[in-house]
Design a protein around this ligand. Structure first.
Ligand SMILES: Nc1ncnc2c1ncn2[C@@H]1O[C@H](COP(=O)(O)OP(=O)(O)OP(=O)(O)O)[C@@H](O)[C@H]1O
Ligand SMILES: [Mg+2]
Length: 397
């Protein structure tokens, strides 16, 4: 609770026309640690209130005073400041003023002659709301700063995660493009070779047909592979689209879309992929975000296989309907995670891939996507020869 301390160093404007009383009370107020600014009447009090360079925290005033009385002064002050606490000192015979003064939001009345302890108690009580309010404002300000800092931090993490994903995408595009680019290279080499070696007898119709068939077959092949490259780019571009709309779908669709992007990469690293799609539930998801999560998990499995040089590397993706949701299990046989690290892998910046410059935000972002953006659950358990990641997404209600 607040106590005497809240009176220390506050500034009180004290209006009183009887100088003996004013001197005595001022002395006592000073003993409480209060700074006192004195006025001899209401008018002087008002002009001090308006012009004081010092912040006035409370008004203590007599009622009957020459020029402008206490209530008149309070009325004018209330036009400027609705909140400042006011304590009125009054004699018994002046109680008729009391009703009238309610509208001025007066904190307390202290009867004259003043009992110092009552005055002190009333001063503390009058200051309490102001001090509490200031404390609250200060606390809110601090809270706002904290929230802003957190938002900035979150934004940085999201940007980093996007960059990391782009880096991975580039490596996946490279894998995806390797085969069609090689095929285009072979087709164009064959064309050039046949042309240079003058393999076709252009004197005869047969020879000309043979040449034309050969050329058109090779050009078709090139066209097919160019189409393939374009599709890949479209798949990747879809993934990076920032339009965030919920769609209704089975879980199979985003997983298939993920595989379009990453499958070649897995194949070229000799990773066997086993799929078992049993879920038929319709769920409501941000598709690209779920693709992002599955890519993060598959990439982590791949990293682990490379690190451990796992033979018979294998990833199993299973989906299954639950009573009120859909479960996706992604298992890899890469050896799993140390039990004590199981909880921290979802913390931002936790990574055991320092030599590979792991950012440690893949799983953190994945957890935010699943749990915050989809009200689902993401967790991991060591199983068999590796680890299983579980994504639970709620069904549509
Ligand atoms: N399938 C897995 N098998 C073993 N350990 C894993 C697996 N998936 C994640 N981990 C552990 O969790 C840590 C955090 O993974 P997270 O994806 O958040 O970051 P990262 O993979 O280290 O970095 P980045 O994703 O930027 O490459 C990894 O460093 C690794 O130690
Ligand atoms: Mg990762």
């Amino acid at each position: 609770m607040l106590d005497k301390q809240i009176l220390e160093n506050i500034t009180v404007l004290y209006a009183e026309d009887e100088s003996i009383i004013q001197e005595a009370i001022t002395e006592t107020l000073n003993l409480f640690g209060i700074n006192v600014i004195c006025a001899q009447n209401g008018q002087e009090g008002l002009s001090i209130f308006k012009s004081s360079s010092k912040k006035i925290d409370l008004i203590l005033t007599d009622i009957k005073m020459p020029k402008l009385d206490g209530l008149g002064m309070i009325e004018k002050i209330r036009e400027i400041d609705k909140e400042i606490p006011v304590i009125v000192t009054t004699a018994h015979q002046e109680t008729t003023f009391l009703m009238q003064s309610i509208e001025f939001n007066i904190s307390a009345y202290v009867l004259k002659p003043m009992d110092i302890y009552k005055l002190e108690a009333n001063l503390i009580k009058a200051m309490e709301p102001k001090v509490l309010k200031e404390k609250l404002i200060e606390k809110n300000k601090k809270l706002e700063i904290e929230i802003k800092k957190n938002e900035e931090k979150q934004h940085i993490i999201e940007t980093q995660s996007r960059f990391a994903a782009m880096g991975e995408m580039i490596s996946m595009i490279a894998h995806q493009w390797r085969q069609p680019l090689a095929s285009i290279g072979t087709a164009s080499f064959n064309l050039k070779y046949k042309l240079l070696s003058e393999n076709f007898n252009l004197e005869t119709k047969e020879g000309r047909n043979e040449q034309s068939n050969f050329f058109s077959k090779k050009l078709d092949e090139i066209e097919f592979y160019v189409q393939n490259l374009t599709t890949t780019i479209d798949d990747f571009r879809n993934f990076f689209k920032s339009d965030k709309v919920f769609i209704n779908t089975t879980i199979e669709k985003p997983i298939q879309n993920t595989l379009k992007i990453i499958q070649k990469d897995l194949q070229s690293n000799n990773i066997e992929l086993i799929l078992d799609f049993k879920s038929k539930n319709i769920i409501n998801i941000y598709e690209n975000e779920i693709v992002h999560v599955v890519i993060n998990i598959l990439k982590n499995a791949q990293d682990k296989f490379l690190e451990k040089e796992t033979k018979n590397a294998k990833i199993e993706i299973k989906t299954q309907d639950l009573g009120n949701g859909t479960k996706i299990e992604i298992y890899d046989n890469g050896g799993g995670i140390a039990e004590e690290d199981l909880d921290v892998i979802f913390e931002p910046y936790f990574s055991t891939k320092k030599e590979k410059n792991g950012t440690g935000i893949g799983l953190y972002m994945s957890k935010i996507i699943v749990e915050k953006n989809h009200q689902g659950e993401l967790f991991a358990k060591n199983t068999k020869e590796g680890i299983s990641f579980y994504i639970i997404l709620p069904s549509m209600i």
